[in-house]
Design a protein around this ligand. Structure first.
Ligand code: F3S
Length: 387
């Protein structure tokens, strides 16, 4: 792999041990995957934030680094709401460690936005921009909906990219790896969570292909967010296209191979799996449109079951009216975290979600049963209305 003279110097340790280690991480990755060189990135999204995931060893690693980010870098959700962690039932020891992790990242210059939907809060990605993002749903959205270019980075490689300002040029940074190779025709007039259900089904079917979807009705960006998040969770799919909609869909020849997902298969994903004692919305973190929709759905209502809604702190601050409307109903809005990365959900027995990604991860990571509903069904369940 070619390195410029400056990169060679960093690699050789002239800029200190931290940057030499970061360069080593990037070069090793590049050599494994056949990159020709390093390319500059516009932004980085850093996962590996929850104390539950990285533990004391991760905290020590971040704390020992001595460098500063060279490009905008933002954090993925943490293991708790950084302010209202007591309301979530998080214990003091966990909170203390989690706050230390956030401080350690901040010291390096990583912004504690703590969101998996950075595109809702900052301008950090545009068409054909090279990025180094970590969280799978964010990676999918950036590649597929924005038309930016990022591989799914692990926590160390994302942080290394933030501190060097570059990433190895391989995988989804290259045109030839973005060509659709499998058409997925989807039966039925889908809306809302149906797209999460399709992603849930499509993930394992896609394997190593790059899918291009054909839908009867054009999905909205929020629906695409749900589709990509679920597909990334059940199948590690980091890029998809939607015919006549996503930015790169018309750039490549049509794939020869095609499969169909039937409406009956989509409906099956909604089969009731358990009676929820927690309803959780916000996987991925909700954006402004979803926030105002929830405010309307909860207007003049009172929740009878726990209803938790997850978003970024920046967005919650910018939309105080909707937040007040929602919290007046007794629902709780938590920022900086989510139902999967926080241990707070573990005390519940059954979670109802409107997200195909959460449907897959909640049982595996939190050990809690999970059932899927539309957003309206989730709200009806929370306020005790009959479906
Ligand atoms: Fe985001 Fe947590 Fe879901 S990080 S995509 S809300 S699992």
């Amino acid at each position: 792999m070619y390195l410029t003279m400056d990169e060679e110097k960093i690699y050789g340790g002239e800029s200190g041990e931290t940057l030499a280690t970061c360069m080593e991480i990037l070069v090793t990755l590049g050599e494994i995957y056949g990159a020709d060189r390093l390319i500059p990135v516009r932004s980085v999204q850093v996962a590996g934030v929850s104390y539950r995931t990285i533990g004391d060893a991760g905290l020590k690693w971040i704390r020992d680094l001595k460098a500063e980010t060279r490009v905008p870098a933002i954090l993925n959700p943490a293991g708790m709401d950084l302010k209202d962690w007591k309301k979530m039932g998080i214990n003091e020891d966990f909170a203390e460690r989690q706050l230390e992790i956030i401080q350690a990242y901040e010291r390096l210059g990583v912004r504690p936005e703590c969101t998996c939907a950075p595109y809702h809060v900052c301008r950090v990605a545009g068409f054909r921009d090279h990025l180094a993002w970590s969280e799978s749903s964010a990676v999918s959205f950036a590649n597929s909906v924005i038309g930016a270019r990022t591989n799914r980075e692990g926590a160390p490689s994302a942080l290394a990219a933030a501190l060097i300002g570059k990433t190895p040029n391989y995988g989804l940074h290259l045109d030839e790896n973005r060509i659709p190779t499998l058409t997925i025709k989807v039966d039925g007039k889908l809306e809302g969570s149906d797209f999460g259900a399709v992603g849930h089904i499509a993930g394992p079917l896609v394997k190593n292909e790059t899918p291009i979807f054909e839908f009867e009705v054009k999905p909205t960006p929020i629906e695409l967010k749900q589709l990509g998040a679920a597909m990334a969770a059940t199948g590690s799919v980091a890029l998809y296209h939607v015919k006549k909609l996503t930015p790169e869909s018309g750039l490549y020849p049509e794939p020869v191979e095609a499969i169909t997902i039937e409406w009956s298969e989509i409906k099956e994903v909604y089969d009731c799996r358990c009676e929820p004692d927690l309803i959780a919305i916000g996987c991925p973190h909700i954006g402004p449109e979803e926030l105002s929709r929830l405010a309307k759905l909860l207007k003049d209502k009172q929740v009878k079951k726990e209803l938790w809604i997850f978003t970024s702190r920046r967005l919650a601050k910018q939309h105080k009216e909707e937040v007040n409307q929602i919290t007046k109903s007794g629902a709780k809005i938590f920022c900086d975290t989510c139902m999967v990365v926080s241990p707070a959900s573990e005390r519940f027995r059954c979670m109802m979600v409107n997200s195909g990604k959460a449907l897959n991860y909640v049982p595996k990571i939190c050990g809690v049963q999970c059932t899927l509903g539309t957003t309206e069904e989730c709200i009806q369940k929370a306020v005790g209305e009959k479906r």
